[in-house]
Design a protein around this ligand. Structure first.
Ligand SMILES: NC(=O)c1ccc[n+]([C@@H]2O[C@H](COP(=O)([O-])OP(=O)(O)OC[C@H]3O[C@@H](n4cnc5c(N)ncnc54)[C@H](OP(=O)(O)O)[C@@H]3O)[C@@H](O)[C@H]2O)c1
Length: 325
């Protein structure tokens, strides 16, 4: 028999199991090769060419939550590539400062929109007034909040609760709704949605944050399918930890390293991936983490590990606080 010729000494059942095993290993290998190729394209190949963002997408970029961290770096990186920037955030003096930095450094125009996304629906009328008559080429849905530190849900304040809903969730489709019609008319544009690795699986002690980021991931991914043939790029970014104010509760996460980059390192990587990856971590070292979590991760193990990790961060924070008293 053919099976005996190929694998002598095996019975039919053992032969069948061997074939199933080989097919599985083949599938895992192919997936790994595919992921490596996609990772190479997004994080290394993309760096060989600097995109002409104004010509490809349009003159203006809108960045929400742009006065600090990832949003501020996106605003600067896009301005560096010649885009005018609509700066949307909540603190006037920080907005003025970022605006003058950008104008001086990159010689582009800026427009400031001071709004607090926690206020919900009515702020979008004001935002719309600032956007009308502008060719919006890129929208970066970046604004986001997190609990001040890992905690059980009962301890979260009402402000935290509505912050997560109005800032992390509602802002993404609401801002998208404002810019999408213009992009469709022009047949070009890009919408970059900042989700998080935290949305891949439920995250105990950060449950509400994780749930909002799962929303962003799902919404963004669906939008990308809906508009893939319209000339509009929808990109989902899933960072792991970035050393910003958002993680200031932890001295460990405040120290930048290869796994926890500064916002500037993170965004200078992420900005290159636009047009090269529809759904990406944005930064190669985070790409490995996202790949491991998605391909080999077990939901229970991920939740268990993250429960232990968040408990550790919380204990560490309390220890530091009691030391400094
Ligand atoms: N840092 C991480 O480890 C990490 C990891 C994965 C994903 N992300 C995501 O990346 C995005 C940016 O995070 P980040 O770490 O850069 O945060 P960040 O350093 O805390 O900056 C947040 C920015 O959003 C603004 N903002 C916050 N609440 C606002 C509100 N209610 N209305 C208007 N503006 C508001 C802040 O304004 P002020 O300057 O006035 O406070 C600031 O400019 C978020 O969506 C976050 O979920 C972050």
């Amino acid at each position: 028999m053919a099976c005996e010729a190929l694998l002598p000494g095996l019975g039919q059942f053992e032969y069948l199991l061997t074939v199933v095993g080989l097919v599985y290993v083949g599938k895992v290998l192919l997936e790994l090769i595919w992921s490596l190729a996609c990772g190479f394209r997004a994080h290394f190949w993309s760096r060989l060419w600097d995109k002409r963002l104004v010509e490809t997408y349009g003159k203006w970029a809108v960045v929400t939550g742009c006065t600090d961290g990832i949003g501020k770096e996106y605003a600067k990186q896009l301005a560096k590539r010649g885009m005018n920037i609509v700066l949307v955030s909540r603190t006037q003096d920080k907005l003025d400062k970022v605006s003058s930095e950008i104008v001086q450094e990159y010689d582009v125009q800026t427009e400031i929109v001071k709004v607090d996304f926690i206020d919900g629906r009515h702020i979008y009328e004001d935002v719309a007034k600032h956007l009308q008559d502008k060719e919006i080429g890129i929208l970066v849905n970046n604004v986001g909040v997190m609990l001040p530190h890992p905690m059980e849900f009962e301890l979260a304040s009402e402000k935290d609760l509505w912050g997560h809903v109005n800032v992390n969730v509602a802002s993404v489709p609401a801002m998208t709704k404002l810019v999408l019609p213009g992009m469709l008319t022009r047949g070009k544009g890009a919408i970059i949605n900042i989700a998080s690795i935290a949305g891949l699986y439920p995250l105990p002690l950060m449950g509400i944050y994780s749930a909002t980021k799962a929303f962003v991931d799902y919404f963004s991914h669906s939008l990308e399918w809906e508009y893939r043939d319209s000339g509009i790029t929808v990109q989902t970014i899933l960072p792991s930890y970035v050393s910003t104010n958002m993680v200031k509760f932890s001295d460990i996460l405040q120290r930048p390293n290869v796994l926890v980059p500064t916002a500037s390192t993170f965004v200078s990587n992420a900005v290159h991936t636009l047009g090269y990856a529809r759904r990406t971590s944005g930064y190669w070292a985070h790409g490995i983490q996202v790949h491991m979590a998605e391909k080999f991760g077990n939901k229970w193990l991920f939740m268990y590990f993250n429960y232990l990790w968040n408990s550790f961060l919380l204990r560490n924070m309390k220890k530091n606080q009691s030391r400094s008293r």
